[in-house]
Design a binder for this molecule. Structure first.
Ligand SMILES: Cc1cc2nc3c(=O)[nH]c(=O)nc-3n(C[C@H](O)[C@H](O)[C@H](O)COP(=O)(O)OP(=O)(O)OC[C@H]3O[C@@H](n4cnc5c(N)ncnc54)[C@H](O)[C@@H]3O)c2cc1C
Length: 317
């Protein structure tokens, strides 16, 4: 039976794993995080829940629509009726990470395993992890943000061709500082619970209670703008969080804030992407790199990247 190792249990890696497992491949997914989902991330804060990475996703392509239809049927996702959109926006009903958890069901996923080196063997590849883990398979899919993949390739002594290096160097991600705030009373954000700002330090605010993912306690998610995030990426996070909250007094009165946490995303959304849904690295084994930096971008683009990588592997086996 063909085998594959996948580095990264975000949308791209999980989709690839599901598609390969569905046709009988033996697949192992490694992720450095404590759970699955990557940037489809949901956190508990007091009794509240908050999505601090991706806020919603589209499903414009038939491949993803088929998955999303299944998620709707299973009650995993629901539509978020945002104004000014020409196509439906979906959210995980228990947060975005619940979508990833659903995709991960019955797969062999090893969390807490950071890939630190890739070796080639006579029959395929071996991935070494920071816990001393050694995983082997006949093919490898790398679905981590490109700068992290470049570091992994360098540390593994890979010499990429000039076109490969150029393709990877052209992929870029914007940073984002995200604040999640637990409230002791509902926010004053008008229905349907979203604020968007074209200018200034804040780009986006979402009321997670109105969104439907935080029924037990109100909470909001604040995303700083790209310029602000870039300028303050390495600042003291608590001070950054308080400063951003203080800019929203009419929506978040000071006495409504119970507590808050700040997350630093060095790589949030890929704003410069490789045209194709994945890149094949010239190696003795099938070695593909994909994720949201390839193709359409965002959650749906990450899905399509994983989907296409799996189908390419299946056809080439
Ligand atoms: C703040 C923010 C807002 C966003 N808003 C939206 C939105 O509203 N709509 C939308 O569609 N998209 C949004 N996105 C983008 C979306 O979340 C991503 O495009 C998508 O989730 C990327 O999936 P992925 O599988 O390519 O990568 P990831 O989700 O990053 O998955 C990669 C995984 O690899 C793991 N990893 C990294 N290095 C290693 C290693 N060495 N060894 C093992 N594991 C490793 C990571 O832990 C991670 O789980 C947003 C992202 C952020 C951060």
């Amino acid at each position: 039976m063909p085998t594959s190792l996948i580095i990264g249990a975000g949308m791209a890696g999980l989709t690839a794993a599901r598609e390969l497992a569905r046709i009988g491949w033996t697949v192992t997914v490694l992720d450095k995080g404590r759970g699955v989902g990557g940037r489809m991330a949901t956190r508990r804060i007091e009794q509240a829940r908050a999505d601090h990475g991706a806020q919603y996703f589209s499903a414009k392509t038939p491949e993803f629509q088929a998955y999303v239809q299944q998620f709707l049927t299973n009650g995993i996702v629901s539509e978020w009726p945002l104004p000014d959109t020409d196509h439906p926006r979906y959210v995980g009903r228990d947060g975005m990470s619940a979508v990833a958890k659903q995709l991960a069901l019955d797969l062999d996923i090893r969390t807490g395993e950071r890939a630190i080196k890739i070796e080639t063997t006579d029959t395929g590849c071996r991935v070494l992890t920071d816990t001393g883990g050694r995983y082997e398979a006949g093919s490898l899919l790398v679905t981590i943000p490109v700068p992290q993949a470049q570091t992994l390739f360098n540390d593994s002594g890979f010499v990429l061709s000039e076109p490969e290096q150029a393709a990877l160097a052209a992929v870029a991600y914007k940073p984002c500082l995200a604040v999640i705030v637990a409230l002791n009373q509902p926010s004053r954000i008008p229905t349907p619970g979203v604020l968007r700002f074209e200018e200034g330090p804040i780009a986006w605010v979402a009321d997670n209670q109105q969104k439907g993912i935080s029924p037990n306690q109100p909470s909001v998610t604040i995303h700083a703008s790209q310029a602000f995030s870039q300028a303050h990426l390495d600042d003291d996070l608590n001070a950054v969080g308080q400063g951003l909250i203080d800019r929203l007094p009419e929506f978040l009165p000071a006495d409504a804030v119970a507590t808050y946490q700040v997350h630093r995303w060095r790589y949030s959304q890929a704003d410069q992407r490789h045209n194709e849904p994945f890149l094949r690295i010239n190696a003795p084994i099938p070695l593909l790199i994909g994720g949201d930096g390839f193709g359409m971008g965002n959650v749906e683009g990450a899905f399509l990247s994983g989907y296409q990588m799996a189908h390419w592997l299946a056809q080439s086996a």
